[in-house]
Ligand binder design. Structure first.
Ligand code: NAG
Ligand code: NAG
Length: 128
C-alpha cells in the first residue's frame, strides 16, 4: 500500500533525524546557521562547462557556528545527485565559484550543506 510505505518512510526519516540531533549535541553553545542561497535563483540558466559564483546571504550568521565548512551538491527533482560542485569552503565567504557539471539539460537545484541544509530555487541547466 502506497500510503503505508510513505508513512513508514517518513517515520524512519524522522527517527533517524532525531537520533542525529541527540548524538550531535555539542559541548559548547553553538548556533545552527542556515545560509540562504541567493544565486542561482528562479529564472537562472546555466550552461554546462560555464563557471558561476554561487552566492548566499551571510548577514544573519551567528558568531559561533557549529560547522563553518560548507559543501554544495546538485539536486534533480527530489534527489540529491552524487555531484559535488564545491566543498571545503568557509560558509561565511558568501560566494564560491563553481563549474557547471556535464549533466543533461533540465531543471536542477543546489543543496547547500553547512550547519544545516538549504536548497536553492530550481534553475535550468542547458547543454547548448
Ligand atoms: C566570482 O566572484 C569573484 C569575486 O567577485 C570574481 O573575481 C570572479 O570573476 C567571479 N567569477 C565568475 C565566474 O563570475
Ligand atoms: C562564542 O564562543 C566563545 C568561545 O567558546 C564564547 O566565549 C562566546 O561567548 C560565544 N559567543 C556567543 C555569542 O555565543
Amino acid at each position: 500500500m502506497k500510503f503505508t510505505n510513505a508513512f513508514t518512510t517518513t517515520f524512519a526519516l524522522f527517527a533517524a533525524a532525531l537520533s542525529t540531533i541527540v548524538t550531535a549535541a555539542p559541548l559548547e553553545p553553538r548556533d545552527v546557521y542556515t545560509p540562504h542561497v541567493t544565486y542561482p535563483h528562479k529564472g537562472t540558466v546555466w550552461m554546462v562547462g560555464q563557471r558561476h559564483n554561487v552566492t548566499w546571504d551571510t548577514s544573519d550568521a551567528p558568531v559561533n557556528i557549529t560547522n563553518p565548512v560548507g559543501m554544495i551538491k546538485l539536486g534533480y527533482e527530489t534527489f540529491i545527485l552524487p555531484i559535488t560542485l564545491a566543498s571545503g569552503f568557509n560558509v561565511l565567504d558568501g560566494r564560491i565559484e563553481v563549474t557547471v557539471p556535464n549533466v543533461d539539460a533540465g531543471q536542477y537545484f543546489l543543496v547547500f550543506f553547512g550547519d544545516s541544509g538549504d536548497d536553492s530555487d530550481p534553475f535550468l541547466i542547458t547543454t547548448s
